[in-house]
Design a protein around this ligand. Structure first.
Ligand code: ADP
Length: 372
């Protein structure tokens, strides 16, 4: 079994207004490539920053090579060299050329002879395709080139672990690929890396393990296949499938149909759904509501119908969940009788556009779901 390089115990971070991390526990082994994903504001960046001493934990321990670097007595300056960090915003020294950026720290901090540092820098620049830029200044380079230089600068210190905090999110989309290519190359060399990223395909491809952050810590973790293909917990599923939620409630048979259709329209537009699909969503809602009002309620009876639409951007499908308080009524039963079915245009429409219908009756509620 390979050696544990980083062990995090009961790590907690409180800010005045919020506690993004309540209790994080994890062990990372040498050579692992960890992708950290999750909704924004779940403490992913804070987690990385604590490992690199840019934030102090409120409580907990961070063992790096066996030493608790969260301890006040730890001489972090010695440790920092072994932990490289790449930020969103490149952060090269603007007044220095590329080569000066690369050799400054190794020469001054590690006392490496200048020639040796120079040769090493040249070699690294070659590897990332930027040998020609050795005497350029950062502002003469594109964002993607600057970020590749920033990665080289970290590598000059021969870190034992590299932390990446959204390394591509400040880049023009055309430049994301070149930075990811460099990171991919490093991953193949068994460098230990922890990568906070929004690039889901990359997170999946490059990682040996994926940590999904939510609810104040690691909410779910697993291999890329486990997390991306078969997430187990609710928030992971919603995030991975990029689910969008629509909710509407109806309390009267004279409800405002136009308002509901308008809200569905706005929901659909927000997530870029096609007009034809939007129309079908509206049609399904309208038909099922009138079908249930007709089938579950007497004329003067109080009505409660709630509609949830869960649209998955990844799957490109919507799940409809309809709750209807009242008499049991299965709107899809009519399909059994050809005569009735033909009579009932609404149900016919539903059957022509939606699939996998299901009806159950629980505690006074009709529970209906189907897909579109
Ligand atoms: P993520 O990287 O998952 O988007 P962050 O770690 O950046 O999340 O932030 C987690 C939460 O902590 C957010 O609510 C953010 O506003 C808050 N936060 C981050 N840094 C600070 C800070 N220096 N002071 C106060 N609150 C902060």
């Amino acid at each position: 079994m390979s050696e544990v390089i980083l062990k995090i115990e009961n790590l907690r971070k409180e800010y005045a207004e919020t506690t993004p991390l309540k209790n994080v526990n994890v062990e990372i082994k040498r050579g692992e490539v960890i992708s950290i994903i999750g909704p924004s504001g779940t403490g992913k960046s804070t987690f990385l920053r604590m490992i690199n001493h840019l934030e102090n934990p409120t409580a907990g321990k961070i063992f790096f090579d066996g030493e608790n670097i969260a301890d006040a007595n730890c001489n972090f300056e010695l440790v920092r060299r072994k932990i490289g960090m790449i930020f969103q915003s490149f952060d090269l020294f603007a007044g220095m050329t590329v080569i000066e950026n690369l050799i400054a720290a190794p020469v001054e901090l590690l006392k490496i002879p200048a020639q040796e540092a120079y040769d090493k820098a040249k070699d690294l620049l070659q590897q990332v395709g930027l040998a020609e830029k050795i005497f350029s200044y950062p502002d003469e380079l594109s964002g993607g080139q600057q970020q590749r230089i920033a990665i080289c600068r970290s590598l000059m210190m021969e870190p034992e672990i590299l932390l990446f905090d959204e390394p591509t999110s400040a880049l023009d989309p055309t430049m994301v690929g070149e930075v990811l290519a460099v990171m991919r190359m490093l991953a193949k060399r068994n460098l230990t890396m922890i990568i906070v990223t929004h690039e889901m395909n990359f997170a999946r491809e490059v990682a040996t393990r994926v940590l999904f952050f939510a609810d104040g810590g690691i909410y779910e973790q697993g291999t890329p296949e486990e997390i991306f293909d078969a997430p187990q917990r609710e928030k992971t599923i919603a995030f991975i499938r990029r689910q969008k939620f629509f909710h509407y409630e109806i309390f009267s048979r004279h409800f405002d149909l136009m308002e509901m259709q308008n809200k569905i329209q706005l929901f659909a537009e927000k997530y870029g759904l096609k007009p034809r699909y939007t129309y079908r969503m509206q049609l399904c809602c309208e038909e099922i509501i009138y079908e249930m009002i007709g089938g579950c309620y007497d004329d003067d009876e109080k009505i409660f119908i709630s509609i949830d639409i869960i649209y998955s951007e990844v799957v490109g499908k919507a799940d409809f969940k309809i709750l209807c308080k009242g008499k049991p009524h299965n709107p899809f039963d009519k399909k059994l009788s050809v005569v009735n079915f033909a009579d009932n245009l609404g149900v016919k429409i539903l059957h022509s556009v939606a699939e996998n219908f299901n009806h159950a009756y629980e505690d006074g509620f009709n529970v209906i779901d189907f897909e579109l």
